[in-house]
Design a binder for this molecule. Structure first.
Ligand SMILES: *[C@@H]1O[C@H](CO)[C@@H](O)[C@H](O)[C@H]1NC(C)=O
Ligand SMILES: [Cu+2]
Length: 229
């Protein structure tokens, strides 16, 4: 989860998020370079007496300020498209779960596990125990095996929602009557917090998402426990 007054992204917990962080740094570098360069030119032009107000055009300058931005845009677009298609891919997942948005909670179905399903409600502030995070903790977490490619099917029951976990690099709109898919893989065990990310009504802020990545054995035990077997 984010810490108070955090700047920037949360640490990456999945390969895709790692890629996104690198892309963000790459792009921000270009933004800083351009901003510094433009600021320098503005200051230089204001300070100097050499600016010639009778110059009407300059082919050389215009070619440079057309071609250079085009090249810079390509240097941003290519890695962006690479990640876009990388995120679109769902490579033979070990497990499929279904996340359905409701006003105002998420429900989950593990179709590979005897249709194991449950609702996941936020824990109200007055019921929190020490160590639980306000507005983030839920009564039933999404438990997933660590280091396994997982397919998440996302849909909604009533209005638009969005299933998002920043540290895993996942955000998928939940649309009533439509089923969309995304892939995730937790690179290390941990508890990853997310929130509904499409304004969906009065309690939009109170339907968080908690993904708990555990070793496969612990996941199997949890699923048996949930199924009462
Ligand atoms: C599923 O999500 C992708 C990416 O966000 C989007 O382009 C596509 O239109 C969505 N599909 C449906 C059926 O909503
Ligand atoms: Cu919502």
């Amino acid at each position: 989860m984010a810490h108070p007054s955090q700047l920037g992204f949360q640490d990456a917990a999945s390969p895709v998020m790692e890629e996104l962080l690198h892309f963000h740094d790459h792009t921000l570098m270009i933004v800083f370079l351009i901003s510094t360069f433009v600021l320098y030119i503005i200051v230089a032009m204001v300070m100097t007496k050499l600016t010639d107000k009778y110059i009407l055009d300059s082919q050389e300058v215009e070619i440079i300020w057309t071609v250079l931005p085009a090249i810079i845009l390509i240097l941003i677009a290519l890695p962006s498209l690479r990640i876009l298609y990388l995120m679109d891919e769902v490579n033979d997942p070990h497990l499929t779960i279904k996340a359905v948005g409701h006003q105002w909670y998420w429900s989950y179905e593990y179709t590979d596990y005897n249709d194991l399903s449950f609702d996941s409600y936020m824990i109200p502030t007055q019921d929190l125990v020490p160590g639980q995070f306000r507005l983030l903790e839920v009564d039933h977490r999404v438990v997933l095996p660590v280091e396994s490619p997982i397919r998440v099917l996302v849909s909604a029951d009533d209005v638009l929602h969005s299933w998002a976990v920043p540290s895993l690099g996942v955000k998928m709109d939940a649309v009533p009557g439509r089923l969309n898919q995304t892939a995730l893989m937790a690179a290390h065990p941990g508890i990853f917090y997310g929130q509904c990310s499409e304004i969906c009504g009065a309690n939009h802020s109170f339907m968080p998402i908690v993904v708990e990545a555990v070793p496969l054995e612990a996941f199997e035990k949890w699923s048996l426990l949930m199924l009462d077997l």
